[in-house]
Design a protein around this ligand. Structure first.
Ligand code: NAI
Ligand code: MG
Length: 788
């Protein structure tokens, strides 16, 4: 026993252990062996593996490695439960979610202790962050369920959702997945991560206790193969995944062409920017939270410190001093800051990455002091002397390792911050509100924290840009991600094109045409790189014109021009509206000429299509300054400004039918929201859009905002899909082309919309609103604290 005088001498903490007794009692009551939770009942355990406590290596329980047959049984149960669950009123579903939230609060200690034992995170965090956020998520979505019919009219749930979650926030990720899915009326099959399934199994018991109808929530445990079986199951309507970018890409490729909904919340390498006028002591405390919270195993961890050169030395000294006070040890000790990493394989992975970084020149600082000899413990580490190419700067480490670099000017900070394939979150510290609010919109990330970090709330959407994935969890956006328009389920196959035999087969025959339509790139007419043209045939098969036969090179030039024109996205919405109105006006002015061109190509009366196109331009001009964000009020002294931002460059491959409207209906919403566009017009009837660039030129459209490349649709779509400079791709065409586009989009995880061979009647007013506006945008939440 320490004498008080001795304590004063060393100022050591005494132990403050949290008891594991109740969690052990619960595990014992289950004989420490679990089957799956399917159709409201527990299955017999199958082939099992151990779930261990990474702080001491002790086995906690045996859990079942789910087979594809298990997954199939669970999907069938979820399917069978769907009519009943989705048929309940939102209010009825809301009451179940409310009961779940209450039960979680009531048993919050048990959940927190079990989470800490299974995952290794400090009890302080599971008790004060994870579990309260879980309860908050269910409460919040109980409210959404109640208001669903009013807030999302004419929307329906997907059906059966397959949900796959990681091990870093086991119960919190379960809540982020299950709460909105159930609120919307979906039923779910959830696969927890293999290292951390226990709180999901305890949650299953909560579902039983609140009398949730059987089959609404099914929990199937297992490893990656079990997840893959769920992804590939043909009767799953949507996959929601959180985990590594690597597996996210596998899932994108695996679901390509299936029509399954998909949301991906993936990795990150988020910058933590400290300007010279920051409150440095607060910024140091923030940094502790940013990179040592949950041992750094956080997708949005502020793992890249960017500090202004003028304060670099002072700030780094403060960080080192603070690091020496971080206590690494038993996660069940209430005054421990850093617990155990999730598993030995993660410790090895981190050590390997550090070795690589050091070999490349990095210098690693670790504070003195010991960490427990057994268990998955690592000291906090600070890495300096690195260039942007160092492995430790480029790769997601997912451990307690901070990488530091410096910058001189705000512009340089933005450039360094955005120099990553990820875009999940960013933090910035400055006492100058003008500077902070100038920088926040320039950071390419889904969540920005000003003078704070790692803040989360159910009312505020969370999710990434770029290779950090797509879709949002939380907030209205997150709710919307579990619903689809009712009519989407009723689409019919697109009618096959009437094939009229072409009359001119000899390329030389085209020579008598006086004019060959050029492509339009960077505000200039461009000849095709291939040097070849394509004949265009009229409704009766006669040759009516020629266009350039575009290839990869033309697409690359067009993308380059579109990227150079991205300033369009930061121009005032009012100005974009004016340009779109002007386009409408100038198209209307030439309506007879455009109508005649449509008639020549399709044989249809073109007047109506021109009128619809003018109206559509008018409609989206009207939207440009109205489809905007919200201000959320999370339960703390902060607001979160949900800003609607463009994706960037959108490739648009227009449908074969409706030569004018088919393109205009797709580019108008993209342009209204500030995207720049590379358009591939109908390959059968491209002449309306090659005429259209004359309208563009007379309407004050800045160069490079709209680029038009004619040629064979599917092969140009492939080039666009594979191009890392394209941020989104819309493809209206056949099912096999759609599958190809989705598969080829994995390189930079661009967001895709494909028509999958179905008929989207683009003249329908339902396409004059938020359907495409939503797909043309992504929401960035900027957290702004207030109060002194
Ligand atoms: P992971 O991405 O493999 O695991 C996440 C989940 O996906 C688990 O439930 C796993 O069983 C499942 N899964 C694995 N392969 C699958 C497949 N082919 N199809 C369907 N589901 C599959 O992550 P892992 O291997 O546990 O961690 C490796 C690294 O990934 C970490 O060191 C970290 O860098 C990163 N990671 C990032 C996360 C984030 O939230 N950003 C979360 C977890 C890991
Ligand atoms: Mg475990």
């Amino acid at each position: 026993m320490n004498k008080i005088a001795q304590i004063f001498e060393t100022l050591e903490y005494g132990p403050a252990p949290e008891t594991p007794d109740q969690a052990n009692a619960w595990l014992d009551s289950q004989n420490r062996k679990f089957g799956h939770f399917i159709n409201g009942a527990w299955t017999e355990p199958g082939k099992t593996f151990a779930s261990t406590n990474p702080a001491n290596g002790e086995k906690l329980a045996e859990i079942t490695d789910g087979t594809s047959a298990d997954v199939d049984t669970a999907v069938k149960a979820a399917r069978a439960a769907f009519p009943l669950w989705s048929g309940l009123s939102g209010y009825e579903r809301g009451k179940f979610l409310y009961s779940i939230a209450r039960m979680i609060q009531k048993h919050s200690r048990l959940f927190a202790v079990l989470e800490t034992m299974d995952n290794g995170k400090p009890i302080r965090e599971s008790r004060d962050a994870d579990i309260p956020l879980v309860a908050r998520h269910f409460y919040h979505h109980a409210g959404w369920a109640t208001h669903l019919e009013r807030e999302f009219p004419d929307h329906v749930p997907y059906g059966v959702c397959g949900q796959i979650i990681p091990w870093n926030f086991p119960l919190l990720m379960l809540a982020w997945k299950i709460a909105p899915a159930l609120a919307a009326g979906n039923t779910v099959v959830l696969k927890p991560a293999e290292f951390t399934s226990l709180t999901a199994l305890l949650f299953a018991e909560i579902c039983e206790r609140v009398g949730l109808p059987k089959g609404v929530v099914n929990i199937v445990t297992g490893e990656g193969d079990t997840g893959a079986a769920l992804v590939n199951h043909s009767d799953v309507d949507k996959i929601a995944f959180t985990g590594s970018t690597e597996v996210g890409k596998i899932i994108r490729a695996a679901t390509a062409g299936s029509g399954k909904g998909l949301s991906l919340e993936l990795g990150g390498k988020s910058p933590y920017i400290v300007f010279e006028d920051a409150d440095l002591d607060s910024a140091v405390e923030g940094l502790v939270e940013a990179i040592w919270f949950n041992q750094g195993q956080v997708c949005c961890a502020g793992s890249r410190l960017l500090v202004q050169e003028s304060i670099e030395e002072r700030f780094i000294a403060k960080v080192k001093k603070r690091m020496a006070n971080l206590r690494v040890g038993d996660p069940l000790d209430k005054s421990v800051d850093i617990g155990a990493l999730v598993a030995p394989v993660q410790v090895e992975r981190i050590r390997d990455l550090m070795k690589r970084g050091v070999a490349e020149g990095a210098v690693v600082y670790e504070p003195d002091g010991a960490v427990p000899a057994n268990g998955c413990f690592l000291k906090p580490a600070l890495v300096t002397n690195v260039s942007p190419a160092n492995t430790l700067v480029a790769e997601e480490i997912f451990g307690p390792v901070l990488v530091a670099m410096s910058f001189r000017t705000p512009e340089e900070a933005v450039a360094l911050a955005n120099n990553t394939r990820y875009g999940l979150a960013a933090t910035l510290w400055s006492e100058n509100i003008n500077l902070a609010l100038d920088i926040a919109p320039k950071l390419k990330a889904g969540v920005i924290w000003i003078n704070g970090t790692n803040q989360f709330d159910a009312a505020v959407g969370f999710g990434g840009y770029k290779e950090s994935g797509y879709g949002r969890e939380g907030g209205r956006e997150g709710m919307g991600a579990y619903l689809k328009p009712k009519w989407e389920k009723e689409l019919k196959p697109a009618p096959l094109a009437k094939s009229v035999p072409a009359k001119a087969a000899n390329p030389l025959d085209a020579g008598h045409l006086d004019q060959t339509a050029k492509m339009y790139i960077g505000g200039k007419q461009a000849r095709p790189d291939s040097g070849y043209n394509r004949p265009v045939h009229g409704a009766k098969g006669d040759l009516i014109g020629e266009v350039g036969d575009g290839n990869r090179k033309d697409i690359r030039n067009a993308v380059e021009a579109a990227r150079a024109a991205l300033g369009w996205g930061t121009s005032a919405a009012h100005s974009r509206a004016q340009v779109l109105y002007f386009l409408a006006e100038n198209l209307d002015y030439r309506r007879d000429e455009f109508a005649a061109r449509i008639k020549a190509q399709t044989g249809e009366d073109g007047q109506k299509e021109v009128a619809q196109s003018v109206e559509r331009l008018f409609a989206f001009a009207g939207w440009a300054d109205k489809y905007d964000g919200a201000v959320h009020n999370p339960p703390m002294r902060a607001v979160a400004a949900a800003m609607v931002e463009p994706l960037g460059v959108i490739g648009v491959v227009a449908p074969p039918s409706r030569p004018l409207l088919g393109s205009v209906a797709l580019i108008a919403p993209a342009l209204a929201m500030g995207n720049t566009v590379v358009l591939v017009p109908s390959d059968r009837s491209p002449l309306s859009m090659t005429d259209f660039y004359q309208v563009l030129e007379t309407s004050d459209m800045p160069s490079g905002v709209v680029n038009i490349v004619t040629g064979e649709s599917v092969s140009l779509a492939k080039t666009l899909a594979e191009h890392d400079g394209v941020d989104g791709l819309w493809f209206a065409g056949p099912a096999d082309g759609s599958a190809m586009v989705e598969k080829a989009s994995v390189g930079n995880l661009k967001q895709t919309w494909t028509s999958r061979g179905l008929y989207y009647d683009l003249a329908d007013p339902r396409f004059a609103g938020d359907y495409f506006l939503g797909k043309a945008t992504q929401v960035k939440n900027v957290w702004i604290p207030y109060g002194a």
